[in-house]
Ligand binder design. Structure first.
Ligand code: RP5
Length: 154
């Protein structure tokens, strides 16, 4: 994530990765304030064994695109909700990548953080049968928890 202040959003990705028993690391890497750290992080990601990167950032959110430019790993971008523009700035900064360097862009805020973790899980599950089973079970539980009537307990 681009700042400690993004943690309030990105903790939801952390929680979902934890629920799915996916090992992960969690770091503040700012494209603006710590550019050298960002370059080192992205350039060493493959050799350190990372498989997917989730990058959450807000405002003029360069982090996901810059990280994607520096690694061939899949990069999932989470637009953090900014104060000034409620995350519209974050979303447009992340989603409008020119052709050639993709960033998989999720929804603004909490939903995007959760779905980034689920999309990372889906990517990893293509080569991990045990994770695929955990992901299927989570989705089945989610389906079972939806009542047919609004006043009904699932
Ligand atoms: C971005 O600037 C971060 O991703 C964060 O969303 C935003 C504001 O950062 P702080 O000023 O709260 O550290 O780089």
């Amino acid at each position: 994530m681009g700042s400690r202040s993004d943690h309030e959003t990105m903790r939801h990705a952390e929680a979902m990765l934890t629920e799915l028993a996916i090992p992960f690391e969690y770091q503040v890497v700012s494209a603006h304030r710590t550019p050298d750290r960002m370059i080192a992080y992205a350039k060493t990601a493959v050799e350190r064994g990372l498989r997917v990167i989730i990058a959450g950032a807000g405002g003029a959110a360069h982090l996901p695109g810059m990280v994607a430019a520096l690694t061939r790993l899949p990069v999932l971008g989470v637009p953090v909700e900014s104060h000034a523009l409620r995350g519209q700035d974050s979303l447009l900064s992340i989603v409008q990548m020119p052709a050639g360097i993709p960033v998989g862009t999720l929804a603004i805020g909490k939903a995007g953080a959760i779905n980034a973790a689920l999309l990372a899980a889906a990517i990893l599950a293509t080569t991990d049968a045990a994770l695929a089973a955990r992901l299927d079970a989570l989705r089945a539980a989610q389906t079972a928890a939806v009542p047919e009537q609004p006043g009904e307990n699932a």
